[in-house]
Ligand binder design. Sequence first.
Ligand code: G4P
Length: 525
Amino acid sequence: MGFTDEIQRRRTFAIISHPDAGKTTLTEKLLLFGGAIQVAGAVKSNKIKKTATSDWMEIERQRGISVATSVMGFEYHDVKVNILDTPGHQDFAEDTYRTLTAVDSVIVVIDVAKGVEPQTEKLVEVCRMRKTPIMVFINKLDRPGKDGFELLDEIEQKLSLRLTPLSWPINMGPKFKGVYNIFDRNLYLFEPNKQRVEEGIAFSDLNNPFLVQYLGDDDTRTLREELQLIEGVYPEFDVSEYLRGDLCPVFFGSALNNFGVKELLDCFIRIAPKPVGRETEERFIRPDETSFTGFVFKIHANMDPNHRDRIAFVRVVSGRFERNKPYHHVRLDRKLKFSNPTAFMAQKKEVVDEMYPGDIVGLYDAGNFKIGDTLTEGELLHYKGIPSFSPELFRYVENADPMKSKQLAKGLDQLTDEGVAQLFTGKTSGRKIIGTVGVLQFEVIQYRLLHEYGASCRYEPINLYKTAWITSDNKAMLDDFKARKASALALDKDGRDVFLADSPYALQTAMEKYKDIRFHFTSEF
Ligand code: G4P
């Protein structure tokens, strides 16, 4: 197969949702339909949490929370599907944001009873900003839930999305009969826990009197009325609008019951975007450029407890990535060669000789990579759009074992390179401050420092509300600010100035008083 064909047949996406909406179950069912896993009988979702690729870390197994992001690739009808798993736990939201930089589209799962939940709002906002094409899957139709139209209104309002349903449910909960697939004009009838997937019954004309045989008088009438309403209210589906991120198709189903999943997947591989290019600071990179380029969006340590290396996950943006070929690590200005580039399939990983745009390649790394690093064939490029967010929780970190200070320094350095947390050093005190977006990370850091680096740390409270990176063209004002606020200044790992505001008031007054200073809340400026 030619280079262009290889690119064209790839679909790289993530499934996002509020915890418990059914992301894991849907992922598992997609893998099932893709033939990537074989499971007999209905599988409870926590099975995949225990057995699938997203559970490498010890701590994760202990807590039963998916703290890692992994990649699951599979082939379906000659399409290479790459699902990037995102951690469900909100404390790892930043990990999810970064994963979203490596996908070309997303599927948002919404629980029909709960509607739009906070985590969904945050994640969709990131997608909306990036104009990532979105498909919506409304899950758990086998349970009583919100009325279809009300739910669509809620999604449109809370998520600021323009929707158009491509399937429509016939009742829900105990009376759920199935969905009418508007996209393919087929009727799919629901049978709980059915493993076999029935073909849809073609009903291109809903006025066909035979419909009553399947749905009865009342439900037939309701379906006809509702579909008429949909036609009048919602825009006609247009693939190019979807691909621009301006229109989101909506599907209904029940992941647990395998219902609606195959239709979602079939539609997905037809309409979802092929690998798209990315902006660098220098220029836009198209996937079909022949030179390989890619960026690191995730670093994962200790996937195999017997080895101490880390794996850097690289999204291939352009060109063909080849095993054992030297590539340029732009930040370090060094050539690196990879003898074991790894591809992640559903439940296994394997060394591969080549990867194509849209693929995620795992590179064994002894500490050369940081999140956001760019690899090329020599061109000096820097991929954009992999921000660090200003953390929300802070603690001083102190060495609890004086014999292990080197290990602690190394551990903190590497863990923060992975993006687990951010590290600041107080300018006058020299004390190390760890900032995170979730409280769980403090435990993760302590645990991993001990188990991976043999270092012990102790946390001490710090009165800190927010950090802001500061820049200014007005050197005199910046110098003045730095002199007056010396005790509230720190450096981040890259040596950039950071203001430590101990209260909203302190931040506000500083911003009002020092008008020529810009206060940044993401590291991308
Ligand atoms: P998440 O990854 O988004 O956190 O959700 P997950 O798939 O783990 O699903 C959360 C719960 O919702 C699970 O139940 C799962 O079985 C259930 N679920 C998923 N899809 C459906 C559906 O279509 N219908 C119904 N009725 N339930 C669904 P649990 O009780 O938390 O776990 P388990 O013991 O069933 O595995």
